[in-house]
Design a protein around this ligand. Structure first.
Ligand SMILES: *Cc1c(COP(=O)(O)O)cnc(C)c1O
Length: 411
């Protein structure tokens, strides 16, 4: 007899999630090929067939990051764990780290530095603007003992893209290492780890890679490995200590933790899809769908938060039009169209919406669904709209901007 104390009050049966369209700041829609990869038989994490797959996964990630770094692998955990992995390994007590903050995710980096016993020198820029390289250089002049510069490449809280190449050049001139958050940029915006000489980078599976959440691709240069090996104090986290994790992801394959095998199949498949499409082609697709969505949104009179020059194609932050109940719009999109869009964060809560066009979600069908749904909901709620013109504006962009400029990778 089981105890009634542990029996649920209502009958619980299999969970069937509704089929949504995800156009928020992440997660994005998962490609059906990726979902089915996840449903394949579970293997032991030391099974030779599985470890062969891990090797392929590492080389696919090197392609995505455009790097030859040997230390390129997915961390078992969301993007936030990838972030912590960089900081706990690279920051020793007393180390000075310049952290650029132009949105939510920069603040988290500051927390990380402080929790590692480091000293964070904060370079602030307004939310919605990119990191200003001149301010970083000024901070370096004032703090010549700085060891690391950390910044977010693509700020998902605002939709601003920072100039990672220039920021890394500055870091090298001042003999500093770099930690780059590429959670939202990887796969969606040009990102060249080796060419830009990035030292440590982390990303996430659920944004432009269109894989379920829970994995964080990372890559570390040889300089980072050297730094970690020469640390005077032990890395404070056992789970994230690179020296130990490498025992599993490196040659020796010793047990460290049980790798999330099925989740890793899904990342493998997502990266195969990216490789088949080709990085340049993926970047171009994100740009094209962004331009179509933008043309449609502008027919409602909406204004973008970020200047065109720094705008992320995969994350469209727009001011909410006057006289619109923003919560009600989001509620209706979800209830009536199964469509999720993102709300504003921090100071922008209630002021902006964030439309994600990430990975598999970056497609014509989603752009059209979203514009159609907004037109109907706006019109229902008493806002004057010219039905059909948002989609017509988007169509015009698709017509004028054919996707033939970049050829699809075939080999
Ligand atoms: C989503 C996101 C993160 C956090 O990733 P999680 O997978 O939610 O932990 C970090 N940085 C940026 C820029 C992000 O967009």
């Amino acid at each position: 007899m089981t105890s009634t104390a542990f029996s649920p009050t209502k009958k619980i049966s299999t969970f069937y999630p509704p089929q949504r369209t995800l156009m928020g700041p992440g997660p994005s829609d998962t490609h059906p090929r990726v979902l089915s990869a996840m449903a394949r038989p579970t293997l032991g994490h030391l099974d030779p067939v599985f470890t062969d797959m891990m090797e392929e996964l590492k080389s696919l990630l090197r392609y995505a990051f455009q790097t030859t770094n040997l230390m390129t692998f997915p961390v078992s955990g969301p993007g936030s764990v990838g972030m912590e992995m960089c900081f706990v390994n690279m920051v020793s007590p007393g180390d000075k780290v310049i952290v650029c903050r132009n949105g939510v995710f920069g603040s988290r980096m500051i927390e990380n530095v402080q929790r590692c016993g480091g000293v964070a020198v904060v370079v602030d820029d307004n939310w919605g603007e990119p990191v200003d390289p001149q301010k970083v250089e000024d901070a370096l002049k004032q703090n010549p003992d700085t060891k690391i510069i950390a910044f977010v490449h693509a700020e998902t809280s605002t939709g601003a893209l920072s100039d990672a190449k220039t920021l890394c050049e500055i870091a090298q001139r001042y003999n500093c290492m770099t930690i780059v958050d590429a959670v939202t940029s990887l796969g969606g915006s040009p990102l060249l780890v080796d060419e830009w000489k990035i030292d440590a980078i982390y990303s996430g599976s659920q944004k432009c890679l269109s894989c379920p959440p829970g994995l964080s691709p990372v890559s570390f240069s040889d300089r980072v490995i050297e730094l970690v090996k020469n640390r005077k104090t032990k890395v404070q986290s056992w789970f994230m200590d690179l020296n130990l994790v490498l025992g599993y992801w490196g040659e020796t394959r010793t047990y460290h933790h049980t790798a999330p095998t099925n989740a890793l199949y899904s990342l493998h498949e997502a990266l195969v899809i990216l490789y088949e499409e080709g990085l340049e082609h993926s970047w171009a697709r994100h740009q094209r769908n962004h331009e179509a969505l933008k043309a449609g949104l502008e027919t409602f009179g909406t204004k973008y938060l970020v200047d065109e020059e720094y705008r992320l194609p995969q994350l469209n932050s727009v001011y909410i039009p006057d006289g619109v109940d923003e919560k009600e719009v989001r509620r209706r999109l979800l209830a009536e169209y199964n469509l999720e869009i993102g709300a504003g964060l921090g100071d922008f809560a209630g002021k902006i919406w964030r439309f994600g066009l990430m990975g598999y979600s970056s497609k014509i069908d989603n752009v059209m669904l979203c514009l159609n749904a907004l037109e109907t909901v706006f019109s229902d709620m008493g806002k004057k709209v010219d039905i059909g013109s948002a989609q017509a504006a988007a169509h015009k962009v698709y017509e004028e901007n054919a996707l033939n400029a970049v050829s699809v990778r075939t080999s």
